[in-house]
Design a binder for this molecule. Structure first.
Ligand SMILES: C[S@@+](CC[C@H](N)C(=O)[O-])C[C@H]1O[C@@H](n2cnc3c(N)ncnc32)[C@H](O)[C@@H]1O
Length: 182
């Protein structure tokens, strides 16, 4: 059974589009001084909830606020305004992945446009910035209508690159980078 989401987390603006177990997994896999990239941040509620328990970690969020979530926003609310209200000192916002210049990232959370091509492009980008013990967590890979496209991208990616699919955490599929020398 799929665990409920989105969630209105107390003290945060707008909805967090992941479940409790998914958020806890992300927190567990982000080292205290690590860097996480969230591709598709929406209200930034998930990022802020993670930032609050990992205040020394760096959380880089990407979103072009392309119109997602209109139905859940109150009068005069926008995703970007919510993101700014949720912003913590260790969160940064980018409107395009290509604007982020990082390396040695421990965790990339893929939750943007869930088309096959965009998911695949996001996975390729993640591979380029991840460190050797890093994780990619792909959201909406199980139990939702767009899982088919998301999983097509994942299967293409793991066939070509050296990653191991882990156990699903609710709808989220973690991919562990394998040691190329091992
Ligand atoms: C499912 S929501 C993200 C939810 C968020 N991770 C959370 O936990 O609350 C998907 C987001 O991806 C963004 N998005 C979709 N396509 C994008 C693109 N090409 N570039 C940047 N952001 C994009 C949308 O604006 C939307 O806010």
């Amino acid at each position: 059974m799929i665990e409920d989401f989105p969630l209105q987390l107390e003290g945060y603006h707008g909805l967090s589009w992941i479940s409790h177990s998914e958020r806890l997994w992300l927190i567990d896999h982000l080292p205290a001084l690590g860097t996480m990239v969230e591709i598709g941040s929406a209200n930034g509620a998930t990022a802020a909830a993670i930032a609050d328990v990992r205040p020394l970690a760096e959380i880089l969020c990407v979103d072009n606020f392309c119109g997602f979530d209109k139905d859940h926003l109150g009068d005069g609310q926008t995703l970007k305004a919510n993101w700014m209200a949720n912003k913590r000192p260790n969160m940064k916002l980018f409107t395009a992945l290509t604007d982020i210049l990082v390396k040695d990232v421990q965790l990339v959370f893929v939750d943007g446009n869930h088309s096959e091509d965009d998911t695949y492009t996001n996975l390729l980008w993640a591979d380029g910035v991840l460190n050797h013990e890093g994780w990619i967590a792909v959201h909406d890979a199980f139990g939702v209508s767009w899982e088919v496209d998301v999983m097509k991208a994942v299967e293409r990616f793991v066939e070509e690159f050296f990653y191991e699919k882990s156990e699903f955490v609710n709808t989220m599929l973690p991919l562990r980078r394998m040691d190329y020398d091992g």
